[in-house]
Design a protein around this ligand. Structure first.
Ligand code: SAM
Ligand code: SF4
Length: 333
């Protein structure tokens, strides 16, 4: 699948729930805290069918997200068939990490079970190592569980583990170096992400926004000039740098300030309530659950995907007075 601007779609982000056990201020502001009823959520069978159809159209990478995907029951049974889908070569999961260390049998953690089910990489959100600040940001006192979750993910032996930290002035600007050191000690890849005006426009304001450039400046004042790693890429728009004198690599995701951010976009999003979104930062979304539940054939659903991709914008709209029409928790990041 290719859009009119030459974006080739190979990556589907699949949100399986809008529910979460945390309440991050930038994702779930107070006024948006209510869940969708169950029947409005795609069943696992429906979601798997759509992944299979997307794979037939060129998607090779799937990332499972939420809400918090590990709060939905039966996730392991959902994941297991995905590696069997022809052409799917990469399966990732985005999580807040709180439930990764949970023992689901006397000998197995959730992290190990996910690895066994076929998940190859996990992205774990961690904005701070300070327990009080963690509670302020997430509305929950779960830092210790997340740290246990990270240990469990390391022990499970995923191919890749990334830590994602959202940059917030006045909240975690003093945490950049501690997070880099934390990642270095565990040989993990940490990435710093600019706050985006999703969920409500108020989540981002002049006083809490911290640009990638400002974060880089602060990191460079401690470690010296970061060395660009132009050859290294993961699945998304992050740019990577090496810390001088170390093998450690860190990443930046500058959706707001990087003018080239959308150039190589390869993503399509499926929300838990069956909407295809061609772009995170555009109000455009298309209801595929309707035709799916009305009995559409695989060919008809394929055409639906193709039509959605055709509507993919050249770039996101975040810099142009973007009006959120859906909370982040119901898109999946
Ligand atoms: N619950 C999981 C988690 O927290 O990783 C997966 C879903 S969460 C919506 C996916 C990612 O979106 C997280 O890394 C989170 O920090 C990020 N996110 C949420 N709201 C954001 C915002 N307003 N700006 C930038 N990133 C945001
Ligand atoms: Fe939940 Fe993740 Fe959103 Fe935080 S960012 S509220 S953990 S879905």
């Amino acid at each position: 699948m290719q859009d009119r601007y030459g974006h080739r779609i190979s990556y589907l982000r699949v949100s399986i729930t809008d529910r979460c056990n945390e309440r991050c201020s930038y994702c779930m502001p107070q006024e948006l805290q209510e869940w969708l009823p169950r029947h409005e959520i795609l069943t696992y069978e429906e979601t798997l069918r759509l992944i299979r159809i997307a794979a037939e159209l060129g998607v090779s990478k799937v990332r499972i997200t939420g809400g918090e995907p590990l709060t939905r029951r039966g996730i392991l049974d959902f994941v297991r068939p995905i590696p069997e889908i022809p052409r799917i070569t990469s399966i990732g999961l985005s999580t807040n990490g709180t439930l990764l260390a949970r023992e689901i049998t006397p000998t197995k953690t959730m992290a190990e079970a996910l690895r066994d089910a076929g998940v190859q990489s996990v992205n774990i959100s961690l904005d701070t190592l300070d327990a009080a600040v963690y509670s302020q940001i997430t509305g929950r006192d779960f830092l210790a569980q997340v740290l246990d979750g990270i240990d469990a993910a390391i022990a499970a032996g995923f191919d890749q583990i990334k830590l994602n930290a959202v940059l917030m002035r006045g909240r975690n600007e003093d945490q950049l170096l501690p997070l880099i050191e934390f990642a270095a000690e565990r040989n993990l890849l940490v990435r710093f992400i600019e706050l985006m005006p999703v969920s409500t426009t108020e989540v981002l304001n002049e006083s809490n926004f911290m640009s990638v450039m400002a974060a880089k400046r602060s990191i460079q004042s401690a470690y010296g000039s970061l060395i660009p790693e132009t050859e290294f890429r993961t699945n998304g728009p992050a740019t990577y740098y090496q810390i001088p004198g170390r093998a450690q690599r860190i990443g930046f995701i500058g959706a707001m300030t990087n003018m080239h951010f959308c150039e190589n976009c390869n993503k399509l999003r499926l929300t838990c309530d069956g909407k295809l979104r061609p772009c995170l930062g555009s109000y455009l979304e298309f209801d595929i659950m309707g035709p799916l539940r009305a009995g559409a054939s695989d060919e008809e659903l394929k055409q639906f995907f193709v039509n959605v991709v055709d509507r993919k914008p050249r770039e996101h709209d975040f810099r142009n007075n973007y009006q959120p029409n859906r909370k982040m928790i119901a898109i999946g990041g």
